[in-house]
Design a protein around this ligand. Structure first.
Ligand SMILES: Cc1cc2nc3c(=O)[nH]c(=O)nc-3n(C[C@H](O)[C@H](O)[C@H](O)COP(=O)(O)O)c2cc1C
Length: 185
């Protein structure tokens, strides 16, 4: 399982505590954890994009620039954890996703113009916690749409809402959700 942790608040993050409780209830056989804020990720700029396009055109997908994309493509199962920020998720997660969406590597096109995903994960789990109501959760909707494009058809949301509405309830909401996981719900 590839675990993509975009929990900016680190150990204080409710989202991290939530997904880690899920992992305790469902221990994966092997797990690789990417803490995104430790990777020094930056948005693609013009120079890097040109270098990436040149490598892609030469079929040089073994280049280190594609390490994250190859890791994502080859994962059997993916877990993404990101708090609900500004109706979606932290920009850092978008920067990561920009690095794994690579034409010719994680997706491609058929001769008749259809988009085909090349990623093999059997499912993607998406963990998030929200201060207020989760609403439509554009974060999950976006990740689900992108995962579909990359070939991952099953995305499961684990989204908790209302964590900031009454600070006295924050711990209780999390504890109740963790207890539900422990009961296999
Ligand atoms: C920058 C920022 C943006 C946020 N945007 C929203 C939002 O749009 N909607 C919402 O309900 N909560 C929002 N929140 C509250 C968080 O979703 C909430 O506190 C969440 O539990 C934080 O998760 P964490 O403890 O894993 O960091 C925001 C918090 C921050 C710091």
């Amino acid at each position: 399982m590839l675990i993509i942790d975009c929990c900016i608040r680190g150990e204080a993050s409710a989202t991290r505590r939530y997904y880690q409780a899920w992992l305790r209830a469902h221990p994966p056989e092997g797990a690789q954890v990417l803490e995104l804020d430790k990777l020094g990720l930056r948005p693609l700029d013009r120079a890097e994009l040109e270098a990436r396009d040149a490598l892609s055109a030469a079929g040089r997908f073994d280049h280190p620039m594609f390490d994250l994309a190859r890791q994502f493509r080859d994962a059997e199962e993916i877990l993404i954890a990101a708090p609900y920020w500004d109706l979606a998720f932290p920009a850092l997660l978008k920067v990561y996703l920009e690095r794994v969406s690579v034409s010719g590597l994680t997706f491609g096109y058929t001769p008749d113009g259809r988009c085909v995903g090349h990623c093999g994960a059997r499912r993607l789990l998406y963990f998030s916690t929200c201060g207020g109501p989760k609403g439509d959760n554009l974060g999950f909707a976006y990740v689900k749409a992108l995962a579909g494009m990359l070939g991952i058809g099953t995305c499961v949301p684990y989204v908790l809402e209302g964590l900031d509405m009454d600070p006295a309830r924050r711990e209780a909401i999390l504890a109740e959700a963790v207890a539900r996981l422990g009961r296999g719900e």
